[in-house]
Ligand binder design. Structure first.
Ligand code: ADP
Length: 796
């Protein structure tokens, strides 16, 4: 198996090298061109593309042009390895290139080639500072080659971009932006209520920088746009109180790997007692809200830990981005989970908002015609890239040979022993003047280390939740001789540590990492801070049996060992655990933790399947209406079918009272008492009466809406309003449904299956609601026309 994989990679690279040779063959002829002639090439490529030549066939020349322009404009000529990376990006796979190999430059070739189509090429990264910085640095290159460019972010984050500004951005050839800006723009674009408010083109080509951060880590939580506040529920506090009564695991079942928790039968009995009810069935609509809130409270207590998953800051629950070790501002857990945490922490419950639009990153990127990714570490997750995204991860060789040494882990029984030993190493290295990057797993530990270093009299910089631009300065200093930098997880920050000549002589950057992270990939990312572009250096992990990774995911035998040992340990003389048993145990714990991450991403995607399907249908219907294809809808036809369906429920006869009810709620207020002459009506009589009123209403509208344009736009508004109102309800309902189905594990049911079943039912209900809203919006609305032009519609 191992052999097969290696040979597979070998052939993949070989094919890429064949294309590289073709690019190299063009180099000298492009070098001879004047600037103006180079620019002309873009026009030539566009013409050739329009007359049918494929981008693949244009690649060798286009890459050679971009490469030559890189040299002239940016002063950097892409190495062969960088060209290979760009080929992978164009082929829609993930290029793994180590830190410092120059991925920013790699992207220029693939973006240039794909922008030739005129359909736009987007570079996406997960950090707005980097998106802007890279965009500003690289855009002169595309402009030199005659392409238009844009940065897809507002310069002042407190100000949103106008529709016109967005139109200009998304019509550019090359765009630098972030995944969240792009995702929100997609959702916002699909909330537009008039054609002129839409600003996006179809998604064509995109490169995802730090692809693992975006496609794996960020993909665990869907993007959500919140709308109006929800009626505040008083169930949070009382359900929180209830959860306190569940004293042990006989009342609930906890599945750490799936991150789910649900009541056992004993727990359900307890709930029935606590809430003084006769039973507690999910199928009973009256109980749904209660069950949902109990589930939220259970999750808050059993799945989320204070100071690890979230912190309390000025009376608010704030989430922690574990990967980057920083607080996620402005981000709240969805569907009431945040409020349940607030209840658990005894804080005031914040306003719960309705979700009005939502998408996962997976499904966002599936919308692109083609997209590639680049990252320093992706190979360890290639299976997932293949399974979910259908993307191979191709390891590009480094330009210079990697000289960093990755030493085996040093493992200790207790946390203090580990800290003591790691500090000893830092002292030793600092004594020699070798620069040290000391990485901790949490903000809190970075502070602990900082204090010990102060105590030891070792000057150092500390990098945790500070501003990103300040980070860049600290990173710039981190490669000097004698410097010590304490940092939390710093993946994806794109700031690489450059060494001075003196520190290279001293052995390069030493990366001392004080715990194994929850995923292998993160470990590799931290290691990769050292040894860039053939620099010397080494990396060393310190682990203790008390680390979160091992207590949460490790074997129980490790904890037994720990318990036996822990009482008589001498901290100042730490004993290292050298046997391979411990080394393997660390690997195994990390493996378990990685598996959890993978499962939860798969879950997110599986749950999003229903929403995806419904979103596609609704969005494409909206787009048809917006692009003035609403002429295919006949409002009267919709109304007649609604009337027929409504009357069907009454069998053969309908009473005057019921008929009046139907008319008043849906059709018209505009009739007098003499209109009804009988006590009971046959269905066909009733139908005739209703349609008489319908036609009267429609005629009235028709006489007001004199021009075709007015008629069209009335129809468009009526339809969109109906769709939007119902769709927003649906998105919000589906979000809540997710929490609800997880409580059904108790009944041994498959939550994903249950979810899809309920979602389909909800979709059908939505369709009939839309019809109902169209009828009411058409018939019960009032229209006025101002000065023969501006139309106002007042909905009932
Ligand atoms: P990565 O994102 O892969 O870690 P960067 O794009 O930040 O790497 O580039 C690292 C450094 O290497 C930058 O300072 C960049 O200017 C430099 N660099 C990249 N490619 C080249 C090249 N072909 N010639 C010279 N310098 C380069």
């Amino acid at each position: 198996m191992g052999f097969k994989l290696i040979s597979f990679d070998y052939f993949r690279l070989k094919k890429i090298k064949l294309i590289l040779n073709k690019v190299n063959a063009q180099a000298s002829s492009m070098a001879r061109l004047t600037d103006e002639e180079l620019r002309q090439k873009t026009i030539e490529f566009r013409e050739r593309y329009l007359s049918g030549e494929s981008l693949d066939s244009l690649l060798p020349e286009a890459f050679a042009v971009a490469r030559e322009a890189d040299k002239r404009v940016l002063g950097m000529y892409p190495y062969d390895e960088q060209v290979m990376g760009a080929i992978v990006l164009h082929q829609g796979n993930v290029a793994e290139m180590k830190t410092g190999e120059g991925k920013t430059l790699v992207a220029t070739m693939a973006l240039y080639l794909n922008a030739i189509s005129g359909k736009g090429a987007i570079l996406v990264t997960n950090n707005s500072y980097l998106a802007r910085r890279d965009g500003e640095e690289m855009c002169p290159l595309y402009q030199f080659l005659g392409l238009s460019t844009a940065i897809g972010l507002s310069e002042d984050p407190s100000q949103t971009l106008t529709v016109d500004e967005k139109k200009q951005i998304y019509n550019s050839d090359v765009i630098y932006t972030t995944n969240s800006a792009l995702g929100f723009d997609y959702l916002i674009d699909n909330l537009a209520d008039a054609p002129e408010k839409k600003f996006l083109r179809d998604f064509n080509y995109c490169i995802i920088d730090e692809a693992d951060a975006v496609l794996l880590d960020a993909a665990q939580m869907p993007l959500v746009i919140s709308g109006a506040p929800r009626v505040q529920s008083n169930l949070y506090k009382i359900c929180d109180n209830f959860v306190y009564t569940l004293v042990d695991e006989t009342y609930y079942h906890l599945d750490i790997e799936k991150q789910e928790v649900w009541l056992t039968q004993k727990g359900i009995d307890e709930a029935i007692k606590f809430f003084a009810m006769e039973h507690l069935y999910v199928s009973d609509d009256n109980h749904r809200e209660l069950i949902r809130h109990i589930t939220l409270a259970l999750r808050a207590h059993k799945l989320y830990t204070k100071n690890k998953d979230y912190v309390i800051e000025s009376g608010e629950v704030k989430l922690i981005d574990k990967r980057e070790g920083r607080i996620l501002e402005m981000t709240k857990m969805q569907a009431g989970q945040h409020q349940a945490l607030e209840a658990k922490e005894g804080l005031e419950t914040s306003q719960e908002m309705r979700a009005i639009a939502s998408i996962t990153y997976q499904n966002l990127f599936f919308l692109f015609e083609n997209y590639g990714g680049m990252t320093g570490t992706g190979k360890s997750d290639e299976d997932e890239f293949i399974e979910i995204y259908d993307k191979e991860v191709i390891q590009i060789p480094t330009h210079n040979k990697l000289r960093r040494k990755d030493l085996p882990d040093r493992i200790f029984t207790t946390l203090p022993e580990k800290i003591y030993a790691s500090i000893e190493l830092v002292k030793e290295l600092h004594g020699k003047g070798q620069p040290v990057l000391l990485v901790t797993g949490s903000v809190k530990m970075s502070e602990v280390y900082s204090e010990i270093l102060l105590f030891e009299g070792i000057p150092h910089n500390i990098l945790n939740a500070q501003s990103e631009s300040k980070e860049a300065r600290i990173i710039a200093e981190a490669g000097r001789e004698g410097s010590v930098t304490v940092a939390t997880m710093m993946a994806g920050r794109g700031t690489d540590i450059k060494l001075t000549a003196e520190s290279k002589k001293l052995g390069g950057l030493a990366v001392v990492i004080t715990e194994r992270m929850e995923s292998k990939r993160m470990d590799l990312q931290i290691r990769g801070r050292s040894g860039r572009q053939g620099d010397p250096g080494f990396s060393q992990f310190f682990v203790s049996l008390e680390d979160d990774l091992l207590t949460e995911w490790g074997r129980t035998s490790l904890q037994d060992y720990y318990k036996k040992q822990v009482t008589h340990r001498n901290v100042t003389n730490p004993e290292e655990l050298l046997s391979t048993y411990f080394q393997n145990s660390v690997e195994q714990a990390q493996h378990a933790s990685d598996a959890y991450g993978r499962n939860s991403r798969k879950d997110t995607l599986q749950f999003d399947d229903s929403l995806k399907l419904q979103r596609q249908i609704v969005y494409s219907e909206r787009n048809r209406i917006l692009s003035n294809e609403s002429s295919q809808y006949d409002l009267r036809e919709i109304i007649v079918s609604f009337v027929d369906e409504t009357l069907q429920k009454y069998g053969k006869q309908i009473s005057q009272k019921d008929l009046l009810d139907i008319i008043l709620t849906n059709i018209s207020y505009d009739f007098d008492n003499s209109f009804f002459k009988q006590e009971d009506y046959t269905i066909s009589e009733a139908r005739q009466l209703i349609l008489e009123l319908v036609d009267k209403q429609l005629d009235e509208k028709d006489s007001l809406l004199t021009t075709d344009k007015q008629k069209e736009s009335f129809k468009r508004i009526v339809l969109l309003k109906a769709i939007d109102e119902c769709w927003i309800e649906e998105v919000d309902y589906l979000q809540q449904l997710r929490v609800l189905v997880s409580s059904r594990r108790a009944a041994q049911r498959n939550p994903v299956f249950e979810y899809h079943k309920e979602a389909l039912k909800a979709f059908d209900n939505m369709l009939s609601d839309i019809k109902l809203f169209v009828v009411r919006n058409t018939l019960l609305s009032d229209v006025t026309i101002e000065k023969g032009e501006k139309m106002n519609i007042y909905f009932a």
